[in-house]
Write a protein that binds this ligand. Structure first.
Ligand code: AHG
Ligand code: MN
Ligand code: MN
Ligand code: MN
Length: 319
């Protein structure tokens, strides 16, 4: 479906999520699915805020059950997808097999999600988040990140935000959860410029990946500002909000790739690229990688164009 561009209404700061979605797409099923996910994110935000983290896991009560917050988030998201009536299959980092959600194949969607990214840093009260990608129809493998019709993250920090990108609408959009429970558009990002800020994941790999070591030394020598929390949701979100920077998570023989292409890397790839940034696995955009299996892992970088060129050249260039 292509939209007649003369019919496109520009969104405005202050729009509600529903107003924004109505302007951005004519697909009622997609709107319903994204609104239902917003409801789940609101509940997860509350559960994360009120979790008790005394023991080894952060838990919250859910009816009669006590559940670790990542499992609780997982459950709420599956329920929201089923309730939307537009989800065919869903799978998550916690349940990495396709679950039939009862929605149609034609006009419906399949959704992959990481219910709580950074679940090991909930106890320290660092920002954590939900990541999800939406694909048309019934396929989550044999497809690429570029096939996504939408991707989003829910961010549970000092503020709760829903950061959303649609394949057919320019920009990446940040919605703030207001006191009355509504999502309001507060920021639109359409370009990512230059700026010396780096977020270096999996530094263990520098011990036996000399090229990654060289890249890190470049940032240090050039006096880049270090901004890394260990949660890729806040670490990648800062690039979208500050409109500059680079996030890297590089592998080596001893420190293998950990981040999942389907649940984490491809959705954040769409969010970054719709914001005007670039992504790479070292050779190509992560959006061009075919997702061969649900649990596939990859190394990744997200950032401005110049930073991604430097990343690829330092890791795989001839210099
Ligand atoms: P998870 O969804 O299992 O909590 O994964 C968190 C990820 C990602 O957010 C972060 O960039 C990476 O793990 C950090 O890994 P290490 O702490 O192992 O370096
Ligand atoms: Mn994760
Ligand atoms: Mn997780
Ligand atoms: Mn996990």
């Amino acid at each position: 479906k292509t939209r007649d561009s003369s019919l496109v209404t520009r969104c405005e700061i202050g729009d509600s999520l529903e107003e924004f979605l109505t302007k951005a797409t004519s697909d009622k099923g997609l709107i319903r699915l994204l609104v239902c996910m917003g409801e789940a994110l609101r509940t997860i935000a509350f559960k994360v805020k009120t979790a008790s983290c005394g023991g080894t896991q952060c838990v919250n009560s859910f009816g009669d059950e006590q559940l670790a917050v990542d499992l609780l988030a997982n459950k709420l998201l599956f329920e929201a997808l089923e309730y939307s009536h537009f989800c065919k299959y869903a799978c998550s980092e916690e349940i990495p097999e396709l679950q039939d959600m009862g929605g149609p194949v034609e006009g419906g969607f399949s959704v992959a999600f990481d219910p709580l990214d950074g679940s090991s840093i909930v106890d320290t009260n660092f920002t954590v988040g939900t990541i999800f990608g939406v694909w048309p129809g019934d396929k989550l493998t044999g497809v690429t990140g570029r096939d996504q019709v939408a991707a989003a993250m829910g961010i549970f920090g000092p503020r709760t935000t829903y950061v959303l990108a649609l394949k057919d609408y320019p920009g990446t959009h940040e919605f703030l959860l207001l006191d009355e429970g509504k999502w309001q558009l507060v920021k639109e990002t359409t370009s990512i410029g230059e700026g010396k800020m780096f977020s270096p994941g999996n530094l263990r790999a520098t011990s036996d990946n000399p090229d990654y070591d060289k890249l890190i030394n470049y940032y240090v020598t050039e006096k880049y500002t270090l901004r890394y929390t260990g949660g890729m949701v806040p670490d990648v979100n800062q690039i979208i909000v500050k409109e500059k920077g680079i996030f890297t998570n590089v592998a080596s023989p001893s420190a293998k790739a950990k981040l999942r292409l389907l649940f984490e890397v491809a959705p954040l790839g769409l969010l970054i690229e719709k914001a005007g940034g670039f992504s790479s696995d070292g050779h190509q955009s992560v959006l061009d990688k075919v997702i061969n299996n649900i649990d596939e892992r990859t190394q990744v970088a997200y950032g401005s164009k110049k930073e991604i060129i430097r990343f690829e050249e330092t890791l795989y260039g001839n210099s």
